[in-house]
Design a protein around this ligand. Structure first.
Ligand SMILES: O=C(O)CCC(=O)C(=O)O
Ligand SMILES: [Fe+2]
Length: 201
């Protein structure tokens, strides 16, 4: 199944296409979750998820990843925090995509970030999108073409929004969330993916 583009609901607040391609490209859907529920999910997930501090080798040092992370298989086996199960159901219902895994990111403040990257192709099934649900304070994502002139799309990922990126896009574009120069509160993102079975945890 290809990346689904949600039916246009006739309101200007509906999905907006940012990048077009043969697999649904990249679209942004603000207000997918209403503000009260988004705030409730943020608080539940901040407290219920076992956030981990990962570290990575960088040159001759080992450095902390500049955000907290976690992840869950969505195969029905894990005891998911209720808000995560509800978010999974809502995102699958809108997109029709059978997501098997959710990666969770916790950006504690404006110093937390994710460096420009494309999602690892070996851990994704081709044809399915990656869908990001944002909660908490908005952060700006930069999506940049890998080829010159390296055009960039900037989009503020607001609480309750969805951003969908096609699998195909991972070849041609990087995405990242730079540090914020302005004071900003915490943000949680849920990254829904369809992974090959051996990688689904
Ligand atoms: O926090 C986000 O919205 C982006 C996270 C991301 O790119 C990732 O987890 O691969
Ligand atoms: Fe990513």
């Amino acid at each position: 199944m290809h990346a689904a583009f949600p039916a246009d609901d006739l309101f200007s607040q509906g999905p907006r296409i940012l990048i077009d391609d043969a697999e649904g490209g990249c679209w942004y859907h603000p207000n997918f979750i209403d503000p009260a529920r988004a705030a409730d999910w943020f608080e539940q997930l901040r407290d219920a998820i076992e956030w981990r501090q990962q570290s990575r080798p960088m040159y001759d040092r080992v450095v902390d990843v500049p955000r907290l992370t976690s992840g869950y298989a969505l195969d029905g086996a894990a005891d998911l925090p209720p808000a995560l199960a509800q978010a999974h159901a809502a995102v699958c219902a809108l997109t029709g995509v059978p997501f098997t895994h959710v990666g969770c990111n916790y950006y504690r403040d404006g110093n937390d970030s994710v460096a420009p990257h494309n999602d690892k192709l070996a851990t994704l099934i081709p044809g399915h999108p990656i869908v990001l649900l944002s909660l908490g304070d908005a952060r700006r994502m930069e999506i940049r073409a890998k080829q010159p002139p390296r055009n960039v799309v900037r989009i503020d990922l607001e609480a309750g929004s969805l951003l969908s990126m096609s699998h195909a896009m991972q070849h041609g574009y990087d995405h990242g969330i730079p540090k914020s120069k302005h004071a900003v509160g915490p943000r949680i993102s849920l990254a829904f993916r369809v992974r090959p079975p051996k990688d689904s945890r």
